[in-house]
Design a protein around this ligand. Sequence first.
Ligand SMILES: [Zn+2]
Ligand SMILES: [Zn+2]
Length: 258
Amino acid sequence: MSNRFLFLGTGASAGVPLIGCDCPVCISGLAVNQRLRPSGLLKLRGKNLLIDVGPDFRAQALCHKIASIDGLILTHTHSDHIAGIDDLRIYCLRQKKPMPCLASQESFEDLQRRYYYLFEPSQPGATASVRLDVTRLSQERGSVEFCKESIAYFSYRQSNMKVMGYKIGLFAYVSDIRDYDPSIFSWLHGVKTLVLSALQTASSKLHLCFEEAVLFAEKVGAKTTWLTHMNHSVDHSAMNQTLPPHIQLGFDGLEIEI
Ligand SMILES: [Zn+2]
Ligand SMILES: [Zn+2]
């Protein structure tokens, strides 16, 4: 079975369409212009590894019939990346064990504050809740074994939040990036498939815009770069036509071989 990556959500934090918006993209009705919050599913050697678990996770899991999840990989703890965490409960119940989770030490501490009940010992007779078994990354970069997969990580900051980029084999997932150490390019050297966030055409304080994302992608030199985390100013087909053929927009439901 080939290793694959499924885009579960390619939208920015508010999703597309934006609530109450009647801009051409939001009212286009086109499937490629409907973007749930950012998440993806890595299908590796028969395992399902979920990257981020945003507020649309339940809908994504139902849509793609995700019956099992072997581990959760978190980039960071902004709500658009973790707010669906309670819906992992059903997997813990069914799989009868805590959910393995890979996250930075900072993300772990933030999860403990905001989702304290995920870390409390379960009471006898109480309704089972999701429980996390967190592998904490305390270094800025390195590699770790998680769910029997070797995963390399590299950190950068989005404002005051630490974010992790991940590399598994020749596949890399780098989201919510704006400021980074230039050594990220040697870290990404040799990657064949890159998933990279790009918010919009206009520049942004927290994300790469398209122009910056294209420069970033060209520097990495992956065979294919898929952009994700787009907001409602981005029309799928119109934007794709302005991009080189090896750098294209992802869309919800797109599944690629990695
Ligand atoms: Zn709109
Ligand atoms: Zn985000």
